[in-house]
Design a binder for this molecule. Structure first.
Ligand code: CTP
Ligand code: MG
Length: 412
């Protein structure tokens, strides 16, 4: 068991607001940025900082959910956390948090859960900057040109150089903060933030540089900004169709021809003088025919019988390269480019490797330059190819849809 020393600093994470301006139909802290809520993200930053007592101030009736978020985010530090119930105003919610401080705590940070993406380094920086008398706020320079207005009349310019935009966490020495809250309770005054309440009691406040990521999620646009920053789609993915992703497609083709044709062998786009011919409607080039079937299958365009079979007498006796260049035209007309082709034939003859490069060059040229690799194997005397009755070939082809919407376009 790991014993965690009692921290001398605490952070009160106020999460009890209703989120009226966000209008998400749930208390703001429980609205999802991605699959995790605003509170979960805020607590992730808090627990990534140096160890602190963590007091989560939850809306009435939502304490159990807040506890679950606390346990999930805290991991083995979850015992440093406690959930209390918030009040009607932010100020009363902070007061509820103050009542839960452990005795050893000397420095108190007050933090809006709504600043969900606040970096842990900012939390550490605030803790480090607090001293026994002075409060600390993170603040950013004001970038807009500011005007003092009276209704719709601009009455004065305001020098933005003397202004800063306050963020949280704001840090304070504990005793002075408790005294300031007691004074505010006694007077009934409401302040816009803890630094104002602390200053009203006569204490000094310093500022340190804030963080762009510590912005407060107030409106729907702020929530979108947070989603964008964490690279997340909206929590409700069904509201808009996802963009289509074009994926390549593969196809497989096989062919078998028996020996017994007239003339000499044609195989892999080459003539093989002295070798027995394969029989068939065309030249019987099983390598070329397997490639044709693989390409047509990859593009979903039927098979070799449909495009080159006996009902197409113009291909009687045609060589493999003719089939391939015509197949390439069929694919191009349908919007497909050929990626590459791999083909292997099984046969005892011919001895292939001396002419491999030549064959690959012819086949590739017929396909417009797409790479074609050809290998040859025997079957240890088994089967029809082992008995030298014929040759079989198997091809795999990769194609990609180009330009127009084709069956290769997949919704992901
Ligand atoms: N807060 C709180 N208790 C309240 C009011 C606000 O703990 N009674 C918390 C909110 O949960 C938030 C932070 O104070 O983390 C800053 O408040 P704000 O952004 O105004 O949040 P909401 O009050 O929830 O939003 P709205 O004003 O739009 O209703
Ligand atoms: Mg509010």
């Amino acid at each position: 068991m790991t014993l965690i020393p009692v921290p001398s600093a605490a952070i009160i994470v106020v999460a009890a607001g209703s989120g009226t301006r966000l209008g998400a139909g749930a208390p703001k802290a429980f609205v999802g940025i991605d699959e995790r809520s605003i509170l979960a993200h805020a607590l992730e930053g808090v627990f990534a900082a140096d160890p602190l007592q963590v007091i989560v101030v939850a809306p009435v009736g939502r304490e159990g959910e807040a506890e679950a978020e606390l346990r999930a985010a805290g991991g083995d530090r979850a015992d440093l956390g406690v959930v209390v119930t918030g009040g009607e105003t932010r100020q009363s919610s902070v007061a509820a948090g103050l009542a839960a401080l452990w005795g050893d705590v000397r420095t108190v940070l007050v933090h809006d859960a709504a600043r969900a993406l606040t970096p842990s380094s900012l939390i550490d920086a605030v803790v480090a900057a607090v001293d026994e008398r002075t409060g600390v706020i993170p603040a950013l320079p004001v970038v807009d040109t500011l005007k003092k207005v009276d209704d719709d009349l601009v009455v004065a310019a305001v020098d933005r150089a003397v202004l800063a935009a306050a963020q949280t966490p704001q840090g304070f020495p504990r005793a002075a903060l408790e005294a300031s809250y007691a004074a505010a309770l006694a007077s009934g005054a409401e302040y816009t933030d803890d630094a104002a309440l602390f200053a009203a009691a006569g204490h000094g406040v310093r500022r340190i540089p804030g963080s762009e990521r510590a912005f407060k999620i107030t409106t729907g646009a702020d929530l979108e900004r947070a989603r964008h920053l964490i690279g997340s789609a909206p929590a409700a993915p069904h509201t808009a169709p996802r963009p289509a992703a074009v994926l390549p497609r593969v196809g497989v083709g096989t062919d078998v021809h028996a020996f017994g044709g007239d003339g000499v062998l044609w195989l892999a786009g080459l003539e093989w003088p002295g070798e027995p011919a394969l029989s068939g409607h065309s030249d019987g080039d099983v390598v070329a025919h397997a490639i044709v079937d693989a390409l047509l299958a990859a593009a979903g365009l039927g098979d070799i019988g449909e495009h080159f079979g006996t009902s197409h007498p113009e291909y009687a006796g045609a060589h493999g390269a003719v089939f391939l260049s015509r197949t390439r035209e069929i694919l191009a007309a349908a919007g497909y480019a050929i990626g590459n082709v791999s083909v292997q034939f099984q046969g005892n003859r011919p001895r292939f490797s001396p002419r491999r490069a030549e064959a690959e060059g012819v086949l590739s040229a017929a396909l417009g330059g797409a790479p074609v690799s050809v290998s040859a194997t025997t079957t240890d005397g088994l089967g029809f190819s082992g008995r030298a009755e014929g040759i079989a070939a198997t091809a795999v082809a990769l194609v990609a849809a180009i330009g127009q919407e084709r069956p290769g376009t997949l919704e992901r």
